[in-house]
Write a protein that binds this ligand. Structure first.
Ligand code: NAD
Length: 482
């Protein structure tokens, strides 16, 4: 059985403990490879390598840094199909999604920051009349930590690593232990691309062991984390007393507000995607759907009909709209929420059951599920389920829709469907979320700030925001004589 390796100091090596963790293929529910169960000692090795590489990497010219990031992007592009197959097998997502979204976006992340680093500037402030000029130096932070989740494995891993490296830092990174494969394959690409040894170190293992060791490390000065809100809270508690810089991209329970004046066909098509793409395991999925009363019954019928057309099947087959969810533990968690529907005075309109796929009977397949709820305060509307499950309920007025949309601890994204520009602007101003989509969904321009408010996180990724996060600003104040 294949054993993945850590990538430390430019080399692929086994964990010091020689302990391994099973890695599952969710489409079959079978172990198909093993990953290092790394520990604190492996993080020490990775940190030492990163620290040694830092003086050279942080002084490498912008052009050189840019070139090597572009080389990584090019190699990834050349191997796109292999990476997409690996991502689909490791995560359970449809191959088409990995081919069209996950891996192309990972390529774009490296390309984007290869270019962005050459355009990144800092400010100068002239104190007029005082013969004084201030300017801001933006220096790399040093050795930084990047920790990512399983839902968009390489997409989110590279979204952190690329800006961290672009800004001149050396990195100790940990992908999710549930989806480690493409991060491992990326190590091979980094070696081929000639990334100097120690600049990037990828250490595999469990969150509470290897992830914790990164966060606790006194000399790893910044942590960029994407994952669950509970883990984020724990991370913040650990890192705050050491005054680490933290970027936390956490959970969501995003509202999808549908008004009667919207482009109905476009809305319906997109709402099916924003509900069930990647088996609903995208932090930006619109899992709470609120529909204006006058079109509620029509929407309900059409949405159920469209959802029933979706095929749940083997991820590698082109006909599969939904693949497998990521793990047995996760499918059990989702089913646990579905089971509570009745107790919460909610009604399952379609779905709700495990799907048995021929020749893949042990895979983690679940029907796309729509639940009609009576109140936004019910648990199904307040807690992140993170699976192919959405709730729907009607609203009477814009004010009521806004109130329900904001009545939740999370604030990652919100979607609004309306042709009324005034309403679109009013809601963009008042919805409590870091990202508002109007008449669209998952429409991303990598220059824009990305992140959440409330319990969905702290800080922003994307564009120059990420380069600001991964640099320390230093004010230089010079007084001169006339
Ligand atoms: P998770 O919090 O369980 O794990 C995320 C990462 O943190 C993994 O690599 C894990 O090993 C690591 N980790 C766990 N415990 C740790 C610890 N004590 N110290 C350091 N690292 C630790 O999240 P998950 O289940 O992998 O991902 C799903 C969650 O991620 C959902 O809540 C989803 O909304 C969120 N998410 C958010 C965004 C966003 O941009 N806001 C994007 C994708 C996913």
């Amino acid at each position: 059985m294949q054993q993945l390796q850590n990538y430390i100091n430019g080399e692929l090596i086994s964990p010091l403990s020689s302990e391994w963790i099973d890695n599952f293929d969710p489409s079959k529910g079978e172990v198909y490879s093993q990953i290092p169960r790394s520990k604190k000692e492996d993080i020490e090795l990775a940190f030492d390598a990163a620290k040694k590489a830092l003086p050279v990497w942080s002084n490498t010219t912008l052009e050189e840094r840019s070139k090597v990031l572009l080389k990584i992007a090019n190699l990834l592009q050349q191997k796109l199909v292999d990476f997409a197959k690996a991502e689909s097998k490791d995560n359970g997502k449809p191959l088409a999604l990995a081919l069209n979204i996950d891996i192309p976006r990972a390529v774009s992340n490296f390309e984007f920051y290869a270019h962005a680093l050459t355009q990144f500037g800092s400010e100068a402030h002239e104190s007029v009349g005082k013969n004084t000029i201030n300017f801001t130096l933006r220096k790399p932070i040093g050795v930084v930590g990047c920790i990512s989740p399983w839902n968009l494995p390489l997409y989110l891993f590279s979204w952190k690593i690329a800006p961290a490296l672009a800004a001149g830092n050396c990195v100790v990174a940990k992908p999710s232990e549930i989806t480690p494969m493409t991060a491992y394959l990326l190590s091979e690409i980094c070696i081929e691309a000639g990334l100097p040894k120690g600049v990037l170190n990828i250490v595999h293992g469990l969150g509470n062991e290897v992830g914790q060791a990164i966060v606790e490390h006194p000399q790893i000065k910044a942590i960029s984390f994407t994952g669950g809100t509970k883990t984020g809270e724990h991370l913040a508690r650990t890192a705050a007393p050491m005054f680490k810089k933290l970027s936390l991209e956490l959970g969501g329970k995003n509202p999808n507000l549908i008004f009667a004046d919207c482009d109905y066909e476009q809305m319906l098509k997109t709402t099916v995607k924003s509900s069930f793409a990647n088996q609903g395991q995208i932090c930006l999925c619109g899992s709470r759907i609120f529909v204006e009363e006058s079109i509620y019954e029509k929407f309900k019928i059409d949405f159920i009909a469209e959802t029933k057309k979706l095929k749940v099947g083997i991820p590698s087959e082109a006909s599969s709209d939904l693949g497998a969810v990521v793990s047995e533990a996760h499918i059990q968690k989702i089913l646990g929420y579905i089971d509570q529907a009745e107790k919460q005075d909610a009604k399952i309109l379609t779905g709700g059951k495990r799907v048995e796929v021929k020749d893949h009977e042990n895979g983690y397949y679940l029907e796309p599920t729509i639940i009609e709820v009576k109140s936004n305060r019910c648990q199904l509307n307040q807690e992140e389920i993170f699976g192919p499950v959405v709730t729907i309920m009607p609203f009477k007025t814009e004010e009521q829709a806004l109130e329900m949309a904001n009545d939740v601890r999370y604030g990652l994204s919100a979607t609004v469907w309306t042709s009324n520009l005034d309403r679109a602007m009013r809601l963009s101003n008042t919805l409590e979320a870091g990202i508002i989509w109007v008449n669209t969904w998952l429409n991303r321009d990598l220059r824009t700030p990305f992140g959440g408010t409330k319990d969905s996180g702290v800080g922003r990724e994307g564009g120059f925001e990420a380069l600001r996060f991964f640099t320390e600003p230093k004010n230089v104040c010079i007084q001169y004589k006339n």
